[in-house]
Design a protein around this ligand. Structure first.
Ligand code: ATP
Length: 369
């Protein structure tokens, strides 16, 4: 029994973050049990608004160091609107982790599942399967309030910076092309769309120039461009045509919510935040205090984030069993929706957090792969 062991730093956080993290970890454990070949060691770390209320600190001592030492970080949800710093801002230590570990690649898969809400009348909406890749350390968020980097701030004028740097943008575009290559191997279209506003902003023209430079190394992947305003239109008119879409931070913030809305709700929005050395995986939704403690939260965003985490570890450690476990979870969710065995309350179904989790675990144990 010399199976490799990987450490996961687990921050359950606040509100439904706790329930959906438990759900995701239970599904990940079931996938591991079926596939075998690796072990996971969980290191639970305390952080968030409730912890802040108790202790006056937003993370327990050594949390950042322990998260940095782990092979991956899994986070439930952080923040409660009722608990804030003295200046009115919410408790958000996870944004510090993103900055500290330079998690530049924000990956948001957008996929239509059978029997899940489809917002478009056009039946081709059933074929939506794309990735929003959002740069997450610079862009128009570089001077966001949390970073305290506002260049001009007086009572007469305030400026923010849109920062695009070559090193981060090269890594980002490489990430986009590699992701498209991986998806192509699994039957994807093999295309990257550069979403920008290169006709107006120099920073965006620079972003596109680097996109073209990096594309040369990926001759098997096709590329195109779309201005961000046209992208908002095209995601309604023809979202099924997109594959990987790469963009700066603020564009990604807005476009990923729009795209998420096409395939359901927040309970389906999985997310990976990846840097050169570290990866953090979390559902894109918040702590949802309005449904807290009612077993109503849809755990699928967290469960699918668990699959993203396994896939990340598979690549990081070149371990095929981890990739198999990730694909098993993806297939279980797909098969569960197709057979109408997964019916989350979020979409008017009869299944709460625990029931959805139990069903996904059953599917993970039994589906034919
Ligand atoms: P944050 O700013 O921390 O992202 P938020 O205030 O924008 O959070 P959420 O906490 O994500 O918002 O909640 C937005 C809405 O979506 C709420 O009505 C919430 O109940 C719902 N929601 C969020 N996550 C889920 C989920 N997993 N299942 C069902 N409903 C959810």
């Amino acid at each position: 029994m010399n199976e490799p062991k990987y450490t996961i730093a687990v921050i359950k956080g606040d509100g439904i973050g706790v329930d959906v993290t438990d759900a995701a970890l239970a599904v990940v454990a079931a996938a591991r049990d079926r596939v075998g070949g690796f072990q996971l060691e969980l290191n639970e770390l305390l952080a968030g608004a409730a912890y802040f209320q108790e202790t006056g600190q937003d993370v327990a001592p050594n949390t950042e160091a322990a998260a940095g030492e782990a092979d991956a970080i899994f986070l439930g949800a952080i923040g409660l609107p009722s608990i804030r710093h003295a200046d009115g801002t919410e408790i958000s230590p996870h944004l510090r982790l993103r900055d500290m570990f330079q998690l530049y690649a924000g990956v948001r898969p957008i996929k239509a599942y059978p029997n899940a809400p489809q917002r478009l009348a056009d039946p081709r909406g059933a074929n939506i399967d794309l990735i929003i890749l959002r740069e997450s350390t610079e862009g128009l968020f570089y001077s966001a309030a949390v970073h305290n980097r506002c260049p001009v701030e007086s009572d007469d004028e305030v400026q923010d910076i849109l920062r695009i740097t070559r090193p981060t943008t090269e890594k980002l575009h490489d990430f986009a092309f590699k992701l498209a290559s991986k998806r192509k191997e699994r039957g994807g279209r093999g295309n990257v769309t550069c979403v920008d506003k290169a006709n107006v902003f120099r920073s965006m023209a620079f972003f596109r120039k680097i996109f073209d430079e990096r594309s040369v190394a990926f001759p098997n992947i096709t590329k195109d461009y779309n201005y961000v305003d046209a992208t908002a239109l095209d995601l309604i008119r023809r979202p099924w045509e997109f594959d990987v879409m790469v963009m700066e931070n603020m564009f990604g913030d807005i476009i990923s919510d729009l795209a998420g809305g096409l395939v359901g709700g927040m309970g389906m929005a999985s997310c990976a935040e990846i840097g050169t050395e570290h990866g953090l995986f979390q559902p894109a939704h918040g702590s949802a205090p309005d449904i807290l403690g009612q077993d109503k939260a849809n755990p699928l965003a967290a469960i699918l984030s668990g699959a993203l985490m396994l896939d990340y570890l598979a690549e990081k450690f070149d371990q095929s069993q981890l990739a198999k476990a990730a694909q098993l979870i993806d297939k279980a969710v797909d098969a569960g929706f197709a057979a109408n065995r997964i019916r989350p309350m979020e979409f008017g179904g009869d299944m709460g957090t625990l029931a959805v989790t139990r069903e996904v675990i059953e599917l993970v144990k039994s589906i034919v792969v």
